[in-house]
Design a protein. Structure first.
Ligand code: SF4
Length: 305
């Protein structure tokens, strides 16, 4: 593995390379995987198709959810035209990402995913607790950028995009939600890195035109196909199944605690690895390898045979 500082990229947390949640998650999942992504960044290598399709699915789900929140007539989810709309969205993003027409195999995948998206959104809509709570949607896809550190001298840059933020006039604070369309989810939402960074951004006024206020509740909106067999384990350990709906973090753990005890030490560790170029110690979970686009090149991979 090349030493990363030979690539001439800024260190994580510098102004030219603010910390994004994808950096933190990639490093925590597997340090070599994080290193591979930095090398790609330096060489402009495109990820393989399987990885790009997973990313495309995430983009479409986020777009659908954003549209859902911004429409007042939520019954549109149940109409036949809406399913065709999901397919159009999938095709649109496909052409944008892959710069070409889908093959027959791609079209079959798009068809299947559009139908799944329709089912998921109807399932979510039936269980939705967002309506009638007296809260106002303040922003979707809200970009932020801020500096944070336990001591002024050592502040690092953070950037990203918050999926959805509501304001409660009664409680004078925010409700923050991230959309999740993947199959695996964080087990301890109160210590979740992404929710911690996003909440800190809202609390310190890092979003344009959104005043700084406390985040009263942070959590995820789960967009995944309904599986009757596994529902009921929603508050269990990491890797447990979450049905479609809303899951929130214990508010007694504040965003500042997450930043200080989880996020900041991880950023320092990544910077140290970037300085030394040592990214040994791959994942312990073979499932990560089976989904990793770097498996052929990686010496740390776990054999699934
Ligand atoms: S193949 Fe496995 S060990 Fe190697 S980078 Fe990917 S997830 Fe990490």
């Amino acid at each position: 593995m090349k030493r990363l500082n030979w690539l001439g990229l800024p260190f994580l947390g510098d102004e030219g390379r603010p910390v994004h949640q994808s950096d933190l998650n990639a490093f925590r999942r597997c340090p070599p995987q994080y290193a591979f992504s930095r090398v790609r960044e330096a060489t402009d290598n495109l990820p393989e198709k399987r990885t790009a399709l997973i990313a495309l699915k995430g983009r479409v789900y986020h777009q659908i959810m954003e549209d859902y929140l911004n429409y007042s007539d939520h019954d549109f989810l149940c109409a036949d035209e809406t399913e065709r709309g999901y397919k159009d969205a999938f095709e649109y993003f496909f052409k944008e990402d892959f710069k070409g027409e889908p093959t027959d195999e791609d079209l079959a995948w798009l068809e299947k995913e559009s139908a799944t998206a329709g089912r998921i959104m109807r399932g979510f809509h039936e269980r939705s607790v967002l309506d009638g709570m007296g809260i106002e949607l303040v922003a979707t896809e809200a970009e932020f950028r801020f500096r944070w550190g336990p001591r002024f001298k050592h502040k690092k840059w953070f950037a990203g995009r918050i999926d959805a933020l509501w304001y409660s006039p009664h409680l004078d604070g925010y409700i923050l939600r991230d959309f999740k369309s993947g199959t695996r989810l964080p087990g301890r939402l109160e210590w979740d890195l992404q929710l911690g960074v996003y909440s800190m951004a809202a609390e310190c006024g890092a979003i344009e035109d959104v005043p700084a206020k406390p985040v009263l509740s942070r959590g995820i909106i789960r967009l995944h196909d309904y599986d009757r067999r596994k529902v009921g384990s929603k508050n269990g350990a990491a890797g447990d199944y979450y049905g479609p709906g809303v899951y929130t973090a214990d508010p007694s753990i504040t965003p500042e605690m997450v930043m200080e005890h989880e996020v900041y030490p991880l950023v320092l560790e990544i910077r140290e690895r970037e300085r030394t170029g040592r990214f040994n110690g791959g994942t312990k979970d073979s499932t990560n390898c089976s989904w990793c686009s770097e498996i052929d090149a990686c010496k740390a991979r776990i054999s699934l045979l």
